[in-house]
Design a protein around this ligand. Structure first.
Ligand code: ADP
Ligand code: ADP
Length: 220
């Protein structure tokens, strides 16, 4: 479903502070797979995730999503591809603290055409994540594990086919981290979603189907 051919990313090109963040990346990601992306800090993991999720564009190379080349789409078209296909989960949850759980999960629907049965859809989703009882709770009253469940619900509400998670367990203790990982495994197996997880944690990575190792902007 995803194919990267010769993808490179250079920040501050031709300036004294030029950084070659990705160099000639070739990568195929099958639909419905669950992969870990590992590598030292500064090796290019976030850059890769940003390009995969259409948050950023490569400096060179070809990015095919479902056989369509998307590396040279306009900003507007790229945003449409992003909203249609990708859900994002980040390390620090990025919830709006003074919103309820319900309102946080609703945010992506503001940009979506599909607003039918909004409340029911959110509650059904929260139920599958064990968070239905907390629907009216404010984000600032939640534990870390609960926050990440809400963030996962927000990533899923538009029914994306690919979930991109950048250190989703990085701010959680071991047990909460395991619980969040089991949610990703369930989403992968039961909802047939492709899941890509950037992680530093070997225990998390070993539970994925494969590991993409990045060092100095190259895949090994
Ligand atoms: P990782 O996620 O593995 O820590 P990143 O993709 O964040 O790695 O960064 C890869 C390299 O690119 C690092 O040297 C980082 O400093 C640099 N970098 C990342 N984003 C930018 C940016 N927006 N501008 C300039 N350099 C950047
Ligand atoms: P991570 O936890 O993924 O390693 P970083 O702390 O490396 O995150 O980067 C956080 C954000 O800052 C990212 O969006 C990245 O693109 C940006 N960034 C990282 N390094 C640089 C840099 N040297 N110049 C500008 N932006 C950077």
């Amino acid at each position: 479903m995803i194919e990267l051919k010769g993808i490179s990313k250079v920040y501050n090109k031709s300036k004294p502070n030029e950084v070659k963040a990705l160099q000639n990346i070739n990568l195929k990601i099958e639909a419905e797979s669950m992969l870990a992306i590992m590598g030292p800090s500064g090796s290019g993991k976030s850059t890769l995730l940003n390009i995969l999720g259409c948050l950023d564009v490569p400096t060179a190379g070809i990015y095919k999503l479902n056989n369509q080349e998307i590396q040279s789409l306009s900003q507007g078209k790229l945003a449409a591809v992003r909203n249609r296909h990708f859900g994002f989960v980040v390390q620090d949850f990025a919830l709006i603290e003074e919103y309820t759980v319900m309102k946080n999960v609703e945010i992506p629907l503001h940009y979506s055409k599909n607003k039918a049965n909004k409340k029911e859809r959110i509650l059904t989703l929260l139920d599958t994540l064990g968070m239905k009882e907390k629907a009216s709770e404010y984000a600032y009253n939640l534990s870390g594990g609960q926050r990440q469940r809400v963030a996962i619900a927000r990533a899923l509400i538009n029914n994306p086919d690919i979930i991109l998670a950048d250190e989703p367990t990085g701010a959680l203790d071991q047990e909460m981290g395991e619980q969040v990982l089991s949610i990703f495994k369930r989403i992968n197996k039961e909802q047939n979603k492709t899941v890509l997880i950037v992680t530093h944690d070997d225990k998390i990575a070993k539970q994925c189907e494969g590991i993409v190792n990045i060092v100095d902007g190259k895949i090994y």
